[in-house]
Design a protein around this ligand. Sequence first.
Ligand SMILES: CC(C)(COP(=O)(O)OP(=O)(O)OC[C@H]1O[C@@H](n2cnc3c(N)ncnc32)[C@H](O)[C@@H]1OP(=O)(O)O)[C@@H](O)C(=O)NCCC(=O)NCCS
Length: 308
Amino acid sequence: MGKVVTLLTERTELRAWRPSDRDAFAALNADPAVMEHFPSPLDRVQSDDFADRISSGLEKRGWGLWAMELPGRFEFVGFVGLNEPGFDVPVDLAETPPLEVGWRLGQAAWNQGLASEAALEVLRFAFAELGRREVVSFTTPGNDRSRRVMEKLGLHTDPRDDFDHPHMAELGHDRVTRHVLYRIGAAEHAAQEHDTARRQLRDHVGRFNLGVRSGDWSAMLRSLAPDAVFTAVGAAAGVLRVEGRDAIGVAYAADPPSDEIVVFDPVGDGDHGVVARWSDACRPERVLGDLCLHAGPAGITALAVTFD
Ligand SMILES: CC(C)(COP(=O)(O)OP(=O)(O)OC[C@H]1O[C@@H](n2cnc3c(N)ncnc32)[C@H](O)[C@@H]1OP(=O)(O)O)[C@@H](O)C(=O)NCCC(=O)NCCS
């Protein structure tokens, strides 16, 4: 491809690496929090070697693991981009080698939606400009931050695709050997691109499930508008109506849901927002009712759960 492609989003620029990126890259690779889900932090020599490898891959192909800049704010915050793994992923995938989307940012850049914003553009590039059939991503099961980014991008996982990373196994890094695999095909991506409302609903389900797994509902609550209304209508529950984000937070803290849920296609537009059929994740064959979501500029304004 020759020249390195630059990708731009509202807040991020993915560009070729510069020698001046190395200090900040070494600092983030030395941070135990950033490297929690890898064998260990990297020292300066290892960090520079890694930067050499990924920057030369980028120069060679024109795409790859780009250096990420926040124009006007930070010249370098980490990398986001594409990589073909240097080992055989022991899962039946659409392409060999598969194309992986990945990310690593310094802590100062976390939790502002930056990895997701940049990676959405990277996904578009992978399908629209490289013509790939599938994009995958993988990490350790406990890397909830990274798993959330994968979910927000619309990638999905199947426990049957969990695998042992052969390099980690070979080197005896038992703590980080087990991996979960997420994937999205070109057709799924095209459908998702045309349906942002559907993505909002799936994002909500991801945040809800994160709350079930961790007991921390803050991400879900942050996505609600201050005057959001939650209703649940069902034979057993009767009618429950909670008004306002704070009151919804109190209700979830008092009686936290204990089961993760899934939503099904087709996700349609109802009178009051986007609607999907839903069920408990542990018994997906038993559909329980409808989930309806309405959103405005301030976030989700209405959530309604009905039980058939
Ligand atoms: C993974 C990483 C790139 C995410 O970057 P980011 O810019 O913070 O990502 P985003 O802001 O787009 O999304 C982060 C999501 O994780 C959620 N999150 C934050 N802290 C969390 C925690 N402790 N547990 C679970 N989820 C958490 C956020 O709420 C957000 O989800 P939401 O938008 O639904 O609220 C960044 O954390 C990182 O560099 N980690 C270290 C390196 C790494 O593990 N790389 C991936 C290897 S596969």
